[in-house]
Ligand binder design. Structure first.
Ligand code: IMP
Ligand code: MG
Length: 187
């Protein structure tokens, strides 16, 4: 998994080093696309990408999908509830009627799993036939939800990563490879 050429970059004053090369990402992404193609043969799934981080993975994954399918994107918008002080997250952007559809959620990274669990809860209220998850990255040490993750690209340690769509305070999404934070631990 370690790239042959090592780069150290700085984003917002923090150092990151090359971790997963774009070549390796593409190879793994093709394997996942192949599995989805055979698992969903004869079906017409709706892929739902979770923005912003997923834009690169979704683009490469979809190039390997040969099913009749559609793709849509959602975003989670957080706002402070004025009555309770809770943080409410709404799904925005879903225009499709997903009743009786086979849904494949595409995610860039699953950390604690709170985000994905919230998304699944909201989607299931809309009556889809099935919901599965395809995530490029998973941090198994942090994940504490009882949700089956059908397609996982890479299991990675509890360290912050950027690039290939993932950001550090808004920057780094444009990087072609994935980089891992140097020295300090995330959280
Ligand atoms: P979760 O709800 O804890 O699973 O967190 C998921 C969200 O946290 C992702 O969609 C990312 O926005 C963000 N996140 C978690 N770990 C990382 C990381 O290593 N790099 C960049 N973003 C991350
Ligand atoms: Mg995300």
């Amino acid at each position: 998994m370690a790239p042959e050429i090592f780069h150290i970059i700085k984003v917002h004053g923090q150092e990151f080093e090359t971790y997963i090369s774009y070549e390796n990402i593409l190879e793994r992404t093709r394997e996942i696309a192949d599995r989805i193609n055979s698992d969903y043969a004869g079906k017409t799934p709706l892929f739902i990408g979770v923005l912003n981080g997923v834009f690169m993975f979704a683009a490469d994954l979809m190039k390997g999908i040969n099913l009749s399918s559609e793709i849509s994107f959602i975003k989670l918008s957080s706002y402070q509830d004025t009555k309770n002080t809770g943080n409410i997250q709404e799904l925005i952007g879903l225009k499709e009627n997903i009743k009786n559809l086979d849904i494949i959620i595409i995610e860039d990274i699953i950390d604690t799993g709170e985000t994905i669990s919230h998304i699944i809860k909201k989607l299931k209220q809309l009556g889809p036939r099935s919901v599965e998850i395809a995530t490029l990255l998973l941090k198994p040490e942090c994940f504490d939800q009882n949700i089956p993750l059908k397609y996982v690209g890479f299991k990675i340690p509890h360290k912050f990563v950027i690039g290939y769509g993932l950001d550090y305070h808004g920057q780094g999404r444009n990087l072609k490879d994935i980089y891992q934070i140097k020295d300090i631990q995330y959280h």
